[in-house]
Design a protein around this ligand. Sequence first.
Ligand SMILES: *[C@@H]1O[C@H](CO)[C@@H](O)[C@H](O)[C@H]1NC(C)=O
Ligand SMILES: *[C@@H]1O[C@H](CO)[C@@H](O)[C@H](O)[C@H]1NC(C)=O
Ligand SMILES: *[C@@H]1O[C@H](CO)[C@@H](O)[C@H](O)[C@H]1NC(C)=O
Ligand SMILES: *[C@@H]1O[C@H](CO)[C@@H](O)[C@H](O)[C@H]1NC(C)=O
Length: 498
Amino acid sequence: MIASKSSLARFARKKSRFLYSKFLANLWKSVAISGIVLYSFYIILSIHPCCRSSVLLANFRYRLWSTSSSTADPQTNISHLVFGIASSANTWKNKRPYVEAWWQPNKTQGFVFFDRAPADQLQQWPPSSPPFRVSQDTSRYKEYNGHPDPHAIRMARVVLELFREVNKGVRWYVMADDDTVFFVDNLVEVLAKYDHNKYFYIGSNSECVSSNFDHSFGMAFGGAGYALSYPLAQALVKNLDVCIKRYPTLYGSDHILQSCIADLGVSLTQEKGFHQIDLHGDISGLLSALPQSPSVSLHHLDAVDPIFPFIKNRYASLNHLMEAAKADQSRLLQQTICYHKQNNWSFSISWGYSAYIYEKIYPPSILHRPLQTFIPWKKSAKPPFMFNTRPLPSNDPCEAPHVFFFEAIDKTTTKGINQIVTSYVRRSSPRSRSVACTSSSSGSHYVDFISEIQVLSPATKHGEAGNTRECCDILHVADTHNFSEVQIRACMKDEIVA
Ligand SMILES: *[C@@H]1O[C@H](CO)[C@@H](O)[C@H](O)[C@H]1NC(C)=O
Ligand SMILES: *[C@@H]1O[C@H](CO)[C@@H](O)[C@H](O)[C@H]1NC(C)=O
Ligand SMILES: *[C@@H]1O[C@H](CO)[C@@H](O)[C@H](O)[C@H]1NC(C)=O
Ligand SMILES: *[C@@H]1O[C@H](CO)[C@@H](O)[C@H](O)[C@H]1NC(C)=O
């Protein structure tokens, strides 16, 4: 019974295989014939004088080979973006320097939205600030009178008022808080990867598990900023007020909008370069080992220590980072790791920000984890972060890095190639070293002699941004000089850094 059944099946399989191969042969024959016919048709058309330069044929060719109509659109640039910055008359004075750090008058377009006109500054609105608008009165939403954040409804409606204000030639609506700092070139670069003719909601989660848990893992946190493609913004604003009333208990405007976007069937596209910074304390450990992706934003800079510990003024600290940002955003805060094998030293550079030297060989898999110099938004939350960290090193001086911070930027030409030189000067964070590491150093190669690290990087953009890290070589360590020199370069094919 079983045997005959299986032989029957075998027979059926054989037969179908035979029929199938016959079918394939026929198929190939007809494909080949029609291919030859089509090709001759194409050749005749292309060489025939009547059609050689015909638009019709060009269109035909275009439609034949292009897969998406959007490939015909010119590259996305800064003028395709519109910013909606939610602020309030009371907070503006202290937040304005964060906005002016990135705002480019006559280049970036958009508005700051206030709850009321900032009376004291009305006379002379500075050209360095974005123009402002006063939000519509939302007091008609009586049901929101008890909302824990009185500005949430007004902030959620910024997208609507912004859309009414500007909607010609816009590809992306970028929503932000007044303490969001953008790296605009990188933002443009990142958004240009996506098809603005489709529904896209692009941003990032919080660094803290509890923030995502309390709000939503599917939410782009508003402080980090997020972008809506034109058609998504258009669909969202169509019924926004109805949607806002559907979610009377949600705390933040970003959560309300995320819910309305979810109701349109659209989910978050995460981009690692948006940084909500739901952290407190010294964030240098994080900024020295950010995930590889063009840095798009920083937030909460007034909730953390000044980003450069030796520049106590927060705005000045940010503007110092902006000096590097102006020269090369593609490498800004991007980590590069290389080794001085003779001395067993590891170098970890966060371009434009910091350089660490460890008197030990640590593979990249370790050094990619930020040193936990910071604490989570909610102190006791466990687990705290969405990523792995390394505890601050013990007292063993061979484990604690020597820390250098970005000092200056310059240009140079070596062998006819234009390069950028960033220098990093020794500072004492995250841990001051009282004892020297004696076990790893040999001869005269003491790290302690190094007071400065100079990093050479190409004057051209890091084209692989968002894909792979770059590599580096240590050109020399301190012996006769008291500075060390590092060259950043593209990695060789399949190069293993360890
Ligand atoms: C941006 O691209 C548009 C074409 O879509 C062009 O007209 C405009 O001049 C460009 N703007 C900038 C600032 O490059
Ligand atoms: C911006 O454009 C206006 C008008 O074209 C001009 O008067 C102003 O100087 C420009 N501002 C800057 C900062 O370039
Ligand atoms: C570097 O480390 C290797 C392996 O641990 C060790 O054999 C060597 O002596 C070290 N070199 C120096 C200069 O400390
Ligand atoms: C090198 O050391 C000398 C003398 O100690 C000092 O004057 C100079 O500034 C140092 N150079 C750097 C790059 O730190």
